[in-house]
Design a protein around this ligand. Sequence first.
Ligand code: ADP
Ligand code: MG
Length: 257
Amino acid sequence: MTNADDSVVPAAGDATPMISMHDVEKTFGDLHVLKHIQLDVPAGQVVIVLGPSGSGKSTLCRTINRLEPIDSGSIAIDGKTLPEEGRALAQLRADVGMVFQQFNLFAHKTILENVMLGPLKVRKKGKDEAKKRALELLDRVGIANQAEKYPAQLSGGQQQRVAIARALAMDPKVMLFDEPTSALDPEMVNEVLDVMTALAKEGMTMLVVTHEMGFARRAGDRVLFMADGEIVEDTDPESFFTSPKSDRAKDFLGKIL
Ligand code: ADP
Ligand code: MG
């Protein structure tokens, strides 16, 4: 609070970072996958994570909600350090919504049931409340009229929008997206990106691994460029795309643009 650097600029609301990673190290055997990760994401920020295949982007996401344990360092969500295990972990994990490349919907449950399940089981909501909220969210992602169908009856783009609604049903503080459009046919990519753009505009704190550079430039507040388990660049999208600093980022952009 009394920090000289902070005193000139009035704090924009609560200054506690929504995601905070400090000195995070992660190995898989001999492979050092995350190297000394330092990251503070303020509430409402949309962070785009870019980098070549194998650079650690998915592992970064997975450590944030403890799908992967870290070797050392600390990770906090809204100021609360993630515990290793137990009930507290389940609650904190529920604060972090995650959407994967594969939609991972329950095939034998309807769309509505898929969205209601987390609130019923983890958040202990009543059935009527969970249903009302699920229908609102399905409406928001544009598929309320598919609520009674099963996942296989929907297109990939629709299934991914259900997956987003399902994550939102837990009232997460943070949403992580790991290549959410990579498994989709090209004509379905935009319907998913549109939902994500709307979410960003509503102020959701988001971390998005994506190869959609148009979306990254349009919707991102910040770009992290990863290579070999390190955050090599951490800047705004315009600076990253127009004047990348590192050779690795230049090489990466040269290949994809
Ligand atoms: P990205 O998402 O950027 O492609 P990943 O985070 O998936 O990268 O992987 C980073 C590195 O960690 C890769 O070399 C990958 O092979 C390795 N890796 C990822 N998951 C595991 C695992 N469960 N066991 C062993 N190695 C893994
Ligand atoms: Mg990945």
